[in-house]
Design a protein around this ligand. Structure first.
Ligand code: GLC
Length: 560
């Protein structure tokens, strides 16, 4: 068996749960672990292999759990350790693995390490964080926090600044300190010992900072800490000590990274991580790199980014394939058509991603084609990034209320954090209390109960995609070629191995279009294995394929 055949996760699909918005078992308005347990059969029906839970640890929840104050305790909002142990046990019984989110670029400022370090240069934990003296009574560098504003906060008592690449309540850890790295190994071992199967590593390519801490006159500072000088060394150290000891699957979240770095992070020899998330394909609706704009997406750029990564990772590394997560707007609103062609475009988008090489991630609600909620007032938002950016755009940049709300409706992270729409009852069946974030208004039509009753639903289509990955080897092993990179409407690519050729044709727009199959295939014996319009799956492969609005087709050719 070669490496690719050996690892279970290369033919797997992973489902992401954002516990706060998944299912509330206790009428609190916040989802919890017992709620997750109650939905495991539903996930089993979908056919997924593993569940990634975003952080469930003790946290003041300034950034919804990405600000951890105790890595060894479950957040009481979500339940207790006994609940977690039960979740792990039942998920395993049902044949699903559990992946936890590890946030170790930073801790909450409410963590006992930080509390001891703040205001006390002699604390044994002072050097767990990154402290610098002021320069001309100002912050040591001009770096910007990812959530807006300067990335340094002053500790008045000691007159030194600490670094926070995210909120000021999320202090960056000093990975240069070997004690910090040992703490990280202990944390991961604790959960691996319990039987946790894998880890998603939050913004893990930011952990090694260039040590000269200089001003950035060309950008926001990221070039001094992204894919930093010792990051590969650190990851190898952690992998050796923990991941490889336990056989954990690992996925690293890589912010503003490059193909070359990702080939190394996820190299097939398994020295660092199993696979990586990158975000380049989701920056196609940014304006000159700026997220906080209302901009249509650039289709040719989308294809060219996928082409670069699909070809570049092939045989070298492994990609996590995804459209959605808790930081990204809903894909059917973003690139599809969430009104007239919601079902068709949700299925087409899923197809164009799931036929690529990598491990697909399905974010909760994506499998029923959930949409952005279309909030119209700042009071409806809860996300600290959105609220910070609202203030900056309104009060520093002087943008109008209407413009800023339109930008948030397109880009806010809350777009994907609305509660899961389970049924058409009050609050979509998510809670009997008051939901922490308002449910999208389309829940009477778009919900799980409805989807399970309809054989043509987005749900059953995802179920088929997940199963297909296990049945058709070329999806995992084949090479990748874009057959029409310049086409303004179609994304059409080929996957090929010695045994099989697969063609995936996707119409990204509401206008019909024709596509002529490459000459050598038009005469070969192939069959349609998937399409997003009912009926019309025929073994007769016509050379000229007519695609209706948002239509997609997948064809398979077995080589003789
Ligand atoms: C990651 C998380 C995001 C969080 C940030 C800081 O990007 O996905 O939700 O705010 O890291 O931890």
């Amino acid at each position: 068996m070669n490496q690719i055949q050996k690892d279970w996760w290369r033919t797997a699909t992973i489902y992401q749960i954002y516990p706060k918005s998944f299912c509330d078992s206790a009428d609190k308005g916040i989802g919890d672990i017992k709620g997750i347990i109650s939905k495991l059969d539903y996930l089993k029906t979908l056919g997924i292999d593993a569940i990634w839970l975003t952080p469930i640890y003790q946290s003041p929840m300034i950034d919804n759990g990405y600000d951890i104050s105790d890595y060894y305790t479950i957040n009481p909002d979500f339940g207790c350790m006994a609940d977690f142990d039960l979740l792990l046990e039942i998920a395993h019984q049902k044949g699903m693995r559990i992946i936890l989110d590890i946030v170790v670029n930073h801790t909450s400022t409410a963590h006992q390490w930080f509390k001891s370090a703040l205001g006390n240069k002699d604390s044994e934990y002072r050097d767990y964080y990154i402290w610098k003296d002021p320069i001309n009574a100002q912050a040591p560098t001009n770096w910007q926090s990812k959530f807006g504003g300067n990335a340094w906060a002053l500790d008045e008592k000691t007159n030194q600044y600490y670094l926070h690449l995210f909120a000021k309540e999320q202090a960056d850890l000093n990975w240069e300190n070997p004690k910090v790295r040992d703490e990280v190994k202990d944390i991961i071992s604790f959960w691996a010992e319990k039987g946790v199967d894998g880890f998603r590593l939050d913004v893990i390519n930011l952990i090694s900072k260039q040590q000269d801490y200089q001003n950035d006159y060309q950008g926001d500072g990221r070039r001094f800490y992204t894919d930093g000088p010792r990051v590969h060394e650190y990851l190898q150290e952690i992998s050796d000590a923990v991941f490889n000891q336990y056989g954990s699957v690992t996925v690293g979240e890589m912010s503003s990274t490059s193909l070359e770095e990702c080939q190394q992070y996820s190299s097939l020899d398994g020295k660092e991580l199993s696979m990586v998330f990158n975000f380049h394909h989701l920056k196609i609706d940014y304006q000159n790199g700026e997220k906080w704009t209302e901009t249509p997406f650039d289709f040719l750029q989308l294809k060219s980014i996928f082409n670069h990564w699909q070809q570049g990772m092939s045989g070298k590394g492994w990609s996590a394939l995804f459209w959605c997560n808790h930081d990204q707007p809903r894909i059917v609103t973003r690139l599809g058509n969430d009104q007239e062609y919601r079902v068709e475009s949700a299925k087409m988008l899923a197809t164009s991603l799931h036929m690529m090489q990598g491990t697909p991630y399905v974010y909760q609600g994506e499998e029923i084609g959930m949409t952005n909620p279309g909030y119209t007032s700042i009071e409806q938002y809860r996300d600290l990034e959105s609220i910070n950016m609202y203030d900056i755009m309104r009060h520093q940049q002087g943008k109008s209320e209407q413009d800023v709300l339109a930008i948030l409706a397109q880009k806010s992270r809350d777009n994907s954090r609305t509660p899961i729409q389970w049924n058409s009852e009050k609050h979509a069946g998510f809670t009997n209390g008051t939901p922490w974030l308002q449910v999208a208004e389309n829940y009477p039509d778009v919900n799980v109960e409805q989807a399970l009753k309809d054989e043509n639903s987005v749900f059953y289509y995802y179920q088929r995609l997940i199963a297909l990955r296990k049945e058709v080897a070329v999806i995992t092993t084949g090479d990748y070629t874009d057959l029409a990179p310049e086409h303004a409407q179609l994304f059409c690519y080929r996957r090929r191995s010695d045994q099989q050729t697969l063609i995936c044709i996707n119409n990204y727009y509401a206008e019909s279009v024709e596509y002529a199959l490459p000459a050598e295939l038009a005469v070969a014996k192939g069959k349609y294995i998937l399409g997003n319009y009912p009926g019309l799956l025929t073994d007769d492969v016509a050379c000229l394929v007519k695609l209706r609005p948002y239509e997609c087709r997948v064809l398979l050719f077995e080589h003789q």
